[in-house]
Design a protein around this ligand. Structure first.
Ligand SMILES: [Zn+2]
Length: 111
């Protein structure tokens, strides 16, 4: 007497793998773009916070707009921000003068 086994054939497994590969091909670039975009936006928020801290420091200490504050002026428990924000993509922030905006070392985070 023969018993019938139920199992996937090689063709069925190959079709499933092909579909998974197709979906990954579609999804991965859009996920990468979303990650890049969210890093840019988080970096922009960090730079706005730094600019706000610079303005508050300049007003409190009556500094002219040409002065470049140090990190010790802005960050720390006695500063205007608890710690210096980090760029989510690994860039470094330049504080710049009060009248200029803070910039990130990563070119795509310029604005
Ligand atoms: Zn950045």
């Amino acid at each position: 007497m023969k018993t019938k086994r139920s199992a996937f054939t090689l063709i069925e497994i190959m079709i499933v793998v092909a579909i998974i590969g197709l979906l990954a091909t579609i999804a991965i670039p859009s996920l990468k773009h979303a990650l890049t975009r969210s890093q840019q936006q988080a970096c922009a928020v960090n730079r706005k916070n730094i600019d706000g801290a610079k303005l508050a420091w300049a007003l409190d200490h009556r500094q002219p707009p040409e002065v470049v504050p140090t990190e010790a002026d802005l960050f720390g428990e006695q500063g205007y921000l608890e710690h210096k924000p980090n760029c989510p993509a690994g860039g470094h922030y330049s504080l710049n003068a009060i009248r200029e905006k803070c910039t990130c070392s990563i070119f795509q985070h310029f604005n």
